[in-house]
Design a protein. Sequence first.
Length: 260
Amino acid sequence: MKKDSITVLSATLGTVALLLGSGSVLGQESGLASKVVPVEIYTCSFNDGKGMADLDAVVDEFNTYLDDNDVDDYAAWTLTKSYYGPEQEFDVIWLGAWTDGNAMGASRDTFRATAGEVAGRFNETVDCGLHVGLSSINYKLPDDGTVADGVLVFSNCSIEEGARYSDIAAATTEWADILTDSGSESAIYHWFPAFGGGGDEGPDFLSVASYPNYAALGADYERRGNGGQFRTAGRLFGDLMDCDVARVYDATTRRSAQIR
């Protein structure tokens, strides 16, 4: 569906269409699992002589700026590579999420008008070759309802010929219930491209999972493999979708907000 920068992004992450309009998978479907939440992603490399400590200092300034402007509807994380491939030619990912589209639009306008000094400090520290607007629906929330520090897992997924996303949504809802009953601490999201990128090829959507730590990820790995849940997953999804090998990132909370 999307190529160019979206293809680069999907090799690192995953992305539900922010605008449920023409051309999007979700524009053809109804009965979403949850409200659509706007997400943004920057993939960045450190400028010469800069590192994570410099970014930490800029994030402190950024949070002060948001506090001074009474912004309480934006959450953010930085992601660093854990399990990855050669396509991930960057140092850090900035992941942000708003409570809804109105919050996204208002904060973008405010930032463009008033955040020149903070934006300049970011630009001095990192060079971001990609910025895309995404959106997210949720099928299984974290136990405490928020995504804090932890582990994020992303896979590119395509819809099999003859299947519909509504079929996948129903299967994912059933799968989420199975995971919950088995004690899984994962959260499950589906993301689709919204803004940025271009072209005609790439994944139909990406499957995203979050975990509080690697112990929780390993527990799901054990349930899937030695516990036999791979058979259940094959029954639910085998004729509906095909997903590639996942990428894994360590997530650090940079700003907290109650997004859902």
